[in-house]
Design a protein around this ligand. Structure first.
Ligand SMILES: Cc1cc2nc3c(=O)[nH]c(=O)nc-3n(C[C@H](O)[C@H](O)[C@H](O)COP(=O)(O)OP(=O)(O)OC[C@H]3O[C@@H](n4cnc5c(N)ncnc54)[C@H](O)[C@@H]3O)c2cc1C
Ligand code: HEM
Length: 396
């Protein structure tokens, strides 16, 4: 799960915590000191990095050369996680994996201490709230909880920090979309539906999440579907500049889209754009099992027929798999045997709340939000629905 998914999952905590406990107070203090200056996160982030790099100059080499865009993203995520530090039991699996994933940056234990000092220095400099000992303590304690759990993940060296993978093919589907196949030096132990972060030599030290589009194969090759995001630094380079022979680094698998699910339960898969990649991997994974659910419905949606770049492959798959029903969805109705409309409306018009099904959603953050809200209104329970998304970025 990514930060957003973790934090979203706190929207309805199973057991309300008693008011007035120490950790409640700690979080209230943190929120009260951060809220008034949240709009100045850019400046705070700049201050944070200045302090960090003065304390440990070697840390500068871990970050991209041009940090304009990166700055606020990491800083905001850091503050969000620190604000959630009163729920360590819920955050632990995510933070451990984030820590393990951080090994690819070359993060060392001493960096963590400096990170905490820099975080406090940044907030303290900009907050309008009086910086008392209690405020200092609240930030220190919360950061320590988060950092300790992440460090446990860093110490988990049972897996490589990253895998090197060579691009073996790069197939342009249209001006903005490519399917890129890589061959890792050794098998990456991902599960269908998970995602990994990748770094291309075209954009050193800029890691981005991509979702393997196939279930794990014997030869270890992995397909990624990449679509250009307007103004995007990495997606453009991956689609327009990548050539066979490029050597990528691939980080630890993450994500809970299909983890711990009963593989016999009927499924609804809802894909917008490149969100079809992890859902295709799930279908392939099911196809390779001894038994399958009796029904799997895959919705693949986009504005026009051109956006459904993977439809031919899905049609072939559906022709082979009797339990798979494919529903192409376009806003302009330009696929003859498809549905016309937006995904959330079409999905609920055809199946209502989809009771008795698990529902997996993958696509842009906006598409996920719209689809999940619509399903909840229709009566689908939150437990039925799975998705991965992120506050500042997402799939396309
Ligand atoms: C769990 C997960 C899985 C993902 N899987 C895939 C995948 O399989 N294929 C794929 O192509 N991408 C995928 N992404 C998105 C990918 O990680 C990048 O965010 C995306 O490629 C943009 O990176 P960039 O460097 O080009 O853009 P940036 O330079 O980071 O951003 C440029 C601008 O675009 C905005 N932006 C960034 N991402 C998006 C977006 N997705 N939609 C709309 N605006 C955006 C930014 O806010 C910024 O203003 C996934 C993201 C997540 C969180
Ligand atoms: C409690 C401590 C920390 C938390 C909560 C944290 C969290 C995060 C998060 C959420 C991201 C964004 C990942 C993404 O792109 O999705 C990130 C990226 C990154 N982190 Fe950390 N991190 C912590 C400590 C550190 C430390 C100690 C270092 C080493 C100096 C570090 C170096 C990096 C680098 C280099 C990146 C990628 C560059 C970037 O996106 O700006 N992190 N971190």
């Amino acid at each position: 799960m990514t930060v957003n998914a973790v934090l979203n999952s706190f929207a309805d905590p199973p057991e309300p915590r008693p008011r007035g406990t120490g950790s409640d107070r700690m979080v209230r203090i943190i929120q009260a000191s951060f809220a008034p200056v949240e709009l100045r996160a850019d400046e705070m982030a700049e201050h944070f990095y200045a302090v960090l790099f003065s304390l440990v100059p070697s840390a500068r080499d871990l970050f991209p050369v041009n940090m304009q865009k990166q700055r606020t993203r990491l800083f905001r995520a850091l503050v969000q996680l620190v604000e959630a530090a009163d729920r360590p039991e819920e955050l632990t699996p995510y933070l451990r994996r984030l820590g393990r994933d951080h090994r690819k940056f070359g993060v060392r234990q001493e960096h963590f201490r400096a990170f905490g000092v820099a975080l406090r220095a940044a907030v303290r400099t900009y907050t309008t709230v009086e910086w008392t000992d209690e405020v200092e303590q609240a930030w220190t304690q919360a950061y320590e909880v988060v950092a300790r759990i992440m460090q446990e993940g860093v110490a988990d060296d049972s897996l490589p920090a990253w895998w090197t993978a060579e691009v073996v093919s790069h197939q342009r589907r249209d001006w903005d979309t490519a399917i890129i196949r890589v061959r890792p030096e050794s098998q990456i132990p991902y599960l269908a539906g998970q995602f990994v972060s990748v770094e291309s030599p075209r954009r050193p030290r800029l890691w981005r999440y991509l979702s393997p589009a196939n279930a794990p194969r014997e030869d270890g090759t992995v397909d990624f579907h990449v679509r250009v995001v307007a103004g995007g630094w990495v997606s453009r380079a991956l689609v327009r500049q990548t050539v066979p022979g490029d050597r990528w680094r691939v980080g630890a698998p993450m994500g809970e889209l299909w983890r711990d699910r009963d593989v016999q339960r009927d499924l609804v898969l809802i894909a917008g754009g490149t969100g079809v990649a992890p859902l295709h991997a799930v279908v392939e994974d099911l196809a390779g099992r001894a038994t399958q659910p009796s029904s799997v419905t895959l919705f693949f949606g986009g504005p026009t027929a051109d956006a459904l770049y993977f439809l031919p492959e899905l049609r072939e798959l559906a022709a082979d798999l009797p339990w798979l029903k494919l529903v192409p969805v376009t806003e302009d109705g330009s696929v003859d045997d498809g549905e016309r409309g937006k995904l959330p409306e079409v999905v609920t018009a055809l199946g209502g709340a989809w009771s008795g099904h698990d529902v997996l959603v993958a696509g842009s953050p906006g598409m996920i939000r719209a689809t999940v809200s619509r399903l909840l209104v229709e009566g689908t329970s939150y437990d039925q629905i799975s998705y991965d998304s992120f506050i500042t970025e997402g799939r396309i």
